[in-house]
Design a protein around this ligand. Structure first.
Ligand code: NAD
Length: 292
């Protein structure tokens, strides 16, 4: 693979191997393997794939990976009841409710019902607050994976100008908190752009590290970056591809062919940030074991 391409599959395999070793050590001390429970509501095909991958990865790491599938018609109360049962289940260390939830469900209400000590997605307000205060308990998996990618490829963000596109609670905001935090993996000078940002190209061109998490295929073009940028593409977008058997392909928020010519390092889609997310979820589940 081209040396400038940051290989998320390879890096995630390293982290998964570390987690697997950790699980082995834990198993010798615990009466049971660590347990990760994923709640999947509805029949969104992309979510089903993500959940299957998370469950498989948990099992490969020697954990118990358990999926609770609920119909699209489930009420908020029914989902919260399932979460409450997992909250008190001693064999369950980590709980994740796969997002997005159906439109009739308030995601914030459901997320807030998870025991903060089992909230391996790091989205409970307690955990988001701890991260914002610079004392994280659980770091959301995708942002955590991005920091690992930077550190493990010699792109330490310390002192760098970082521009983040997107301010969601899952990606943009927590990655901005992480990278601006004091200490290892942080100490960057961070700017967040969003849908109301003016002259976004100018802001992007100031970046030494550019992180795109907006959900618009190929939004970042080569004229929006400076030579030598480290480009991290979080976007996962389905675009029509008549030459593919399934009729679509996955692309990121960065125009890979153009930006890769100017970047010193770049993540591909697929095979970049996505696999890191799963590895960090497993790592968070190990941390959760220590909390109860
Ligand atoms: P979101 O829809 O919650 O947030 C999108 C953000 O982009 C918003 O903050 C919005 O202000 C900003 N935005 C929208 N249009 C913009 C524009 N024209 N200019 C600048 N900013 C703009 O999305 P999200 O949940 O953060 O996800 C973003 C992307 O990352 C999606 O493609 C999603 O599938 C992907 N994602 C990938 C992973 C992974 O593991 N790789 C994990 C989570 C999300």
């Amino acid at each position: 693979m081209d040396s400038k391409i940051i290989d998320g599959t390879d890096l995630s395999a390293q982290i998964k191997a570390e987690v697997k070793n950790h699980v082995k050590r834990l198993k010798s001390k615990m009466a049971r393997p660590p347990g990760l429970s994923v709640v999947l509501v509805g029949d969104d095909p992309a979510s089903a794939v993500y959940v299957r991958n998370k469950q498989r990865a948990a099992k490969e790491a020697g954990m118990i990976g358990n999926t609770i599938a609920m119909p699209h018609s489930s009420t908020e109360d029914e989902i919260i009841q399932v979460v409450n049962e997992l909250n008190i289940d001693a064999s369950c260390d980590g709980i994740l409710v796969q997002l997005p939830l159906p439109d009739h469900i308030n995601e914030a209400t459901v997320t807030s019902s998870i025991d903060p000590l089992k909230d391996v997605d790091g989205l409970h307000p307690n955990n988001a607050g701890l991260l914002a205060a610079g004392t994280p308990r659980f770091v959301p998996a995708t942002p955590g994976g991005i920091v690992q990618m930077l550190l493990r490829t010699g792109n330490n963000p310390s002192g760098k100008r970082v521009v983040i596109l997107g301010r969601s609670n899952i990606v943009g905001r927590p990655i901005s908190n992480l990278l601006s935090m004091k200490g290892e993996g942080g100490d960057a000078t961070v700017t967040i752009c969003h849908s109301r940002t003016k002259n976004i190209g100018d802001v992007c061109r100031s970046a030494e590290i550019l992180i795109a998490a907006i959900g618009i295929p190929g939004f970042v073009t080569s004229d929006m970056v400076s030579d030598g940028v480290v480009a991290i593409d979080v976007g996962i977008n389905r675009v029509e591809a008549t030459d593919r058997k399934r009729g679509y392909k996955l692309v990121g928020d960065i125009d890979f062919s153009g930006v890769s010519k100017r970047a010193s390092a770049i993540t591909p889609v697929p095979g970049g940030v996505g696999p890191m997310t799963i590895a960090m979820l497993l790592s968070n589940t190990i941390d959760a074991v220590g909390f109860h």
